[in-house]
Design a protein around this ligand. Sequence first.
Ligand code: HEC
Length: 247
Amino acid sequence: MTKKWIALLASAAAGLLFSAAALASGGGNVQQAGNDLSDRASLQRGAKLYMNYCSGCHSLKFLRYSRMADDLGLTEEEVMSNLNFTGAKFGEQIQVTMRNADGAEWFGKMPPDLSLISRVRGSDWIYTYLKSFYLDESRPLGWNNQLFPNVSMPNPLWELQGPQHAEFGEPDATGARHPERLLVTTPGRQSAADFDQTVRDITNFLEYAGEPAALKRAGAGRVGDPVPGVAEFMAYLLKQEYWSDVH
Ligand code: HEC
């Protein structure tokens, strides 16, 4: 490998780290997910929760139903009757039926594919994000998020968690007030501890979903690729950056 190449790769890697760090920052502190990839029961619960609460909007394009069945120890029958709501075949990828145009109309953008989200944001970020929604009448869909201010995603888990209200701090230099504390005022269907476990299971499943994709791309990648899938990952980050400018 030439020196020029090494320099190029090093700067690409630094760029990656930088973008990931920039993306990871937001309002509020990140909490620890404490998820465990070797906990199969948690992954199975996470898959079920994902299919019920997330898959209507978010695809997992790098994951096939059959692969998920194998990895999570589920039968074809279990997956096809309990975890597949799109009529896709067992060997197909997890896609959404929502059209791009509808996504744009309803949310201002198509909800992103989540195959690589755990590698971009990290599991702790996802865990915290899902716990950080609060009611905000000034937002188009009535929801805001402490970690991802002015997010366009409505809270999919509010019935389980119970709706949260924000307590705001003093105005900052620009006069804006940011949420300081979130409180569940009307209890949801789950206790706080059970809800934490629910979110941990979803996070665990998303962390898993990022891994088979890596293995798959490593197998298909060119010989000599320094990091498997680095090009896809960069493209993904660029797209994220692009969207954050469009906001
Ligand atoms: C009703 C549609 C809808 C549902 C259901 C939904 N989301 Fe989203 N989600 C969105 C939209 C739209 C965005 C883009 C938000 C933005 O960029 O402002 C988003 C963004 C996200 C992001 C942040 C992506 C990024 O840019 O970093 C994560 C993580 C996420 N969703 C996870 C989930 C999970 C997990 C579930 C299920 C528990 C879920 N979503 C359910 C619509 C949805």
